[in-house]
Write a protein that binds this ligand. Sequence first.
Ligand code: XMP
Length: 315
Amino acid sequence: MIDAAAFCEEAVRKLRADVPGRAIVAASGGIDSTTAALLTERALGERARAIFVDTGLLRAHEVETVSGFFRASGLAFQVLPAADRFFAALDGVTEPEEKRRRIGETFIRLFEAEADRFGTDRLVQGTIAPDWIESGGALRDTIKTHHNVGGVPKDSRLVLVEPLRDLYKDEVRAVARELRIPASDRQPFPGPGLAVRVNGPVTPDRVRRARVANAIVEEEVERAVAAGALKRPWQYFAVLLPVRTVGVTGDNRVFGEAVSVRIVDSIDAMTAVAMDVPRELLARIAERVTRELTQEVVRVLYDVTDKPPATIEWE
Ligand code: XMP
């Protein structure tokens, strides 16, 4: 494990060296980019501005939660509404790598415009080691192109600054605790957001279904953890599957969709184990998902696959 205090000192020194003028910070509200943002604030003060992009692919209440935290943090912060841009970029795309590429490119184009407005070419990102390793870094096989790695177009004039590049998640959490970031044990959420939890076409309606199902899984798992029925998982979420399936509501046949629930334990996301969870928890999730998305989702599955051979996210 790293010495978090020494890491912060060194990161601040390096940020000052890498950023001669101003910088914008890509802030998603997740632990990685929040840590990168606060280190940047320490290093640059008013020369830094965090930008939180509302992609339309976020979880329920994410915009309010993240805005509240950043407003209280002292870092200059702005929300950029861009759902229309992301849905347009994803129109008709089903291939996961293509989704990631388009999302990455849309982010960068938005950041380029904001960087111009703020008078800089430096973009600070919270990229961590598994992001670039899984994206095929250092001659490795590409598992999946993390949006913040492979999505950066070659012609971009932005200069990337990545203070957490060499850290693994558990190390980032130690640094986050050092910086007193609340909820540093918050579960990870992928930068491409619900787009990679909506297998198949990404439409506003399908994202809404995935958002409702994700919120139910989060609420129910957190309730079970608080009641002592379950150890806090590394990640717990729902995926909307690209299948149609028959269900029955009242006396009526419904040709609806299916959701898979994923609850995994891990240390650094490089490997993961599908958790053994109480049957009642799964039953409650299934009951709520099919009721709160009645006529839309008619079937709920539990994913029992470890990583490897699966990955944590489905795409
Ligand atoms: P996988 O699905 O590859 O994910 O087992 C490993 C960890 O990374 C998260 N993840 C991402 N995070 N951008 C991110 O910032 C991405 O494109 C991305 N893809 C996956 C995933 O949730 C898990 O914690």
